[in-house]
Design a protein around this ligand. Structure first.
Ligand SMILES: [Zn+2]
Length: 83
């Protein structure tokens, strides 16, 4: 791990990783969407991203609607982190 690279914590497993390895997301009014560059954000690691249980617990924590929750799960599945 190189110095000076920002390290962030995954919101669900609390593991720390380089910010560049994490998915930056934002929650507002019970919706989760990709970080827009302002406001509060949080990070999700790739291991949790692929763990549907953890993703579901996250959508519960933010009290997403069933529809939003399904959309979020779909979004994470389709997300190509290396692309
Ligand atoms: Zn994680």
């Amino acid at each position: 791990m190189r110095k000076n690279e920002p390290v962030r914590m995954c919101i669900t497993c609390r593991e720390r990783d380089l910010q560049t390895n994490l998915i930056r997301l934002q929650e507002e009014n019970h919706h989760i969407f990709p970080y827009r560059g302002y406001g509060r954000s949080f990070y999700l690691c790739n291991i949790c991203r692929e763990n549907e249980k953890k993703v579901k617990s996250l959508t519960k924590r933010f009290r997403l609607s069933t529809e939003d929750s399904e959309q979020f799960v779909k979004y994470l599945k389709e997300l190509d982190i290396h692309g």
